[in-house]
Ligand binder design. Structure first.
Ligand code: FMN
Length: 192
């Protein structure tokens, strides 16, 4: 079955807080736009939280992950293989990356998947999460999994709620928790 996913809807945004300019790079692996939309919204919220944000497809950063700030990866899988704009990134990890190459990189991963592809559910997010750690990057926050055949939005929200706190702790930032309710969703992804 074809699963149609609506554009994420912005519910509320963090108020602008102190501009600390910590770099936040949000990378996506996406064919149909779900992971890309989520990446864009994470970046927008990051800007509102005072980060210096950028968003790009994973392939643009093959072999070039920054050691300053944080990297958030949002990616889908297609029959266990990478989305079109993550092929080179995965090839770099498979064939060229070596131990210690990613020392100093801090990252987290959210995977967009669908359990109807049971054998390869979350294959690429899991692979990237493992490989980044193996080559020396530090996971600053646990990987999240969204399942489009289930409560994708709820699963995303649960992961997302802890993301800014983890980033704040990693970089010793004063995140203004009173600027918004921690329980209030920033946006929803509806699976139709
Ligand atoms: N999800 C998985 O977890 N594992 C898969 O192997 C997988 N294969 C897919 C193959 C096809 C042809 C399609 C249409 C979807 C597949 N999915 C799989 C689900 C997509 O990864 C999921 O819908 C994701 O949100 C799509 O993200 P995108 O819109 O950013 O491309």
């Amino acid at each position: 079955p074809v699963v149609q996913i609506e554009q994420p809807r912005i519910e509320a945004r963090p108020k602008t807080i102190k501009q600390h300019n910590t770099p936040l790079l949000v990378l996506y692996g996406s064919n149909l736009g779900t992971a890309e939309d989520i990446a864009e919204h994470i970046a927008e919220d990051g800007t509102a939280y005072g980060f210096r944000t950028s968003v790009a497809g994973l392939d643009e950063y093959a072999g070039k992950l920054p050691r300053e700030g944080a990297v958030v990866v949002v990616t889908a899988s297609y029959n266990g293989t990478p989305p079109d704009n993550a092929v080179e990134f995965c090839r770099w990890l498979d064939e060229y990356a070596h131990d210690g190459e990613l020392d100093g990189v801090r990252y987290t991963v959210f995977g967009c998947g669908n359990r109807e592809w049971a054998a390869t559910f979350q294959a690429i997010p899991r692979k990237l999460d493992d490989a980044l750690e193996r080559y020396g990057a530090k996971r600053l926050y646990q990987r999240g999994e969204g399942d489009a055949s289930d409560d994708f939005d709820g699963q995303f929200q649960q992961w997302y709620q802890g993301l800014w706190k983890a980033l704040g702790e990693t970089f010793s930032l004063e995140m203004d928790e009173q600027s918004r309710s921690a329980q209030e969703p920033l946006f929803e992804v509806e699976v139709l």
